[in-house]
Design a protein around this ligand. Sequence first.
Ligand code: SAM
Ligand code: SF4
Length: 329
Amino acid sequence: MKLQDKFSRIIDYMRISITDRCNLRCVYCMPGTGIMPIEHREILSYEEIVRVVKVAAALGVRKIRITGGEPLARKNVAYLIASLRNITGIEDMSLTTNGVLLEKYAKELADAGLNRVNISLDSLMPERYREMTRGGEISPVMKGIEAAEKAGLLPVKINMVPIRGLNDDEIEEFAGLTLNTPYHVRFIEFMPIGAGDLWSDKRYISTDEIKTRVEKIGALSPVRLRRDGPARYYRLEKAPGVIGFISALTHHFCDDCNRLRITADGKLRPCLFSETEIDLKPALRTTPPPPDKEIERLLRLSIEVKPEGHNIHQLKDSASLRAMSRIGG
Ligand code: SAM
Ligand code: SF4
């Protein structure tokens, strides 16, 4: 029987964080000193991830997104992609990355069966990019974007988090990229997760405001894409690319939420904004290994406790939540 929660939502999408480590330190995601890394032995092995996905696929999970931390900072990601791709039922595989190592791996990932990548890029200015990522260089990311396109990891999606006073003056320029490229440029509302002292109402910019700014460069027509997910898409006149808005805070996407997360240390997390987690590791690591039924039981349990939604007040108090790099953004 499929994974269906109490609110009749079918869960067919898993976001799997494969590491909590990262080669950048984005100011809105983690402290400059980084986050105490999870010990290696606590991180799920690729074999453990594959085992869980096999059980999940038999229960109707069709889409997998690999994330982190920075997923490409972990070795042999292509091996994991190929192993997951071979699982009966898995139809769509994507990966979220900061793009720093993408030039090196794009072709290998595509050959392994990856369908698409989302690349996080919060500034087009080298100096600002360096500041926002605390030391990152933009040119490898731009080369990574080109390599993804060349490797057929399409459509290339670029995710930008506008933050007032930091990079919001670049909203129009990011939107303008869709006039000359087929990219999907998506604006993600700044969330109070892992953002520490940077988070404040003043820094936060709502989707409505972002959209109004984009409309300064041209009228937007709504577009329906095959897999919209939580984004709402629009197109500027004659643009080959599209513009997406992902508004975790203002426009609830909970009603259609079809996802379940696995953290790098093996916790099933039914909602990004809820601290409820169910640990898979004890079941995966007992000897002799328990039957698939036990993993199925835990998957079903996590769906049972999946909350109907979150509310903005709860969110604004949640600055101490695990950082996004730990949950798997
Ligand atoms: N390292 C990869 C990357 O940056 O794409 C994958 C992990 S990262 C945690 C996933 C996404 O979470 C990125 O697009 C990042 O911009 C987003 N993110 C992290 N902290 C955020 C916050 N406080 N508000 C909104 N988005 C955030
Ligand atoms: Fe690393 Fe991604 Fe977080 Fe930036 S947003 S610090 S790249 S995990």
